[in-house]
Design a protein around this ligand. Sequence first.
Ligand SMILES: *Cc1c(COP(=O)(O)O)cnc(C)c1O
Length: 440
Amino acid sequence: MKLFGKHISLPFTTPSISRRDQKHIWHPLTQHKLNPELLAIKSAKGALLKDESGKTYIDAIASWYTSMYGHCHPHIIKKVKTQMETLDQVVFSGFTHEPAVELSEKLMEILPKNQDKLFFNDNGSTATEIGIKMALQYHHNLKNDRKVMLALEDGFHGDTFGAMSVSGLSVYNGAFEDHFIEVKRLPKPNGLNNAEVVAQLKAILRENAVAGFIYEPLVQGAAAMQTYDLNGLNDILKICKANQVICIADEVMTGFGKTGKHFASDYLAEKPDVMCLSKALSAGMVGMGITSCTKKIYKAFYADEVSKGLFHGHTYTGNPLACAAAIAGLELLQSPEIQGAIKNIMSLNQLFADKMRKHTRIREVRQIGVILAMDVDIEMERYGNARDKMFQYFMSKGIFLRPLGKTIYILPPYVITEAQLAKIYAAIEDYLDDLKEKQA
Ligand SMILES: *Cc1c(COP(=O)(O)O)cnc(C)c1O
């Protein structure tokens, strides 16, 4: 450092990244008064995160289900790097480019056959926001007076206004509720209540002008990986479609192999009119969202009047680097290695799930694809505390898990090794055995 023309060396070492962070950064989903210092991650590779002191953590939730092919994957890096040297960014209204077109062709190969058009956007919330806007404007353009949305209880669809409106997990939404769009809510079908859910749905459709139905197919992520009945969802979709209600599958979490198929909608006979994609879409490298739709939806916007178009656009929409990352991700997803890895994780999870079902401190185990969730029998009065303690416990064991309430879930990157997976299972068992001892 140069001071008054003289070189001096500072008498202190550089503060840690965590310390420097505290000065100016306001983190998402964080009450800073309760969480003054956040861990700084310095690098990542495969299923491992490394902090600034050199300690490693197994990323057991693939950094919120984005880095499914592992962190800093050489194939993804190579594609993005090449793209970076060719075309970095260009306005996507009025222009197009090769990576977007190639991605559209590749996505069409794996999306349900009824999907036909892709609307590019930036993240999961914008993907659902646009899905909602497509449903509302579809009816507006057709001169149908339909303004109500239908959603499942406990659903999560993002943090922008439309997405917040349809989300059923509303503990954090108090300040905004007066500004929400009108939403009717339906309980999840569980196999036993299906007839009643159908009766409720029919009543809602009779009494309201419903434009669209948004749902996380088969598993609700933020609601602690709650799974629900496939046949019941099929029945809901059938009735919605018979009533011209636009069905919007929010596959932001479930997409790209996590349920064992490319999309959760692949398990259902009734296909959605609109699909929302993000998170693993761009392989954990660069943020991106896409909202896809059928020809029928697109046709309602295709007109001589400019105003019938979908006037929604984000500046970075269709960013070529994000497209390149997504293309590389799709190539990996379709490779025999990754498909084999998904099957392997599914069967290992299955074995562990069966074992955990017998544990006295586990109330319920849910498993679909590589997603494994278990509800821990733990006192609820210290709810937040218990969650934080669980988080700290696993971090101290070198495992990054992010329990939701009293639910521990894992959603590992497909490239996780069997040894790493075994380490996660063992840590969960140790934690539960500790609880057992404390109670005894
Ligand atoms: C994460 C998520 C979103 C929101 O995505 P962001 O990129 O965080 O805005 C929406 N829907 C579902 C199902 C999600 O899991």
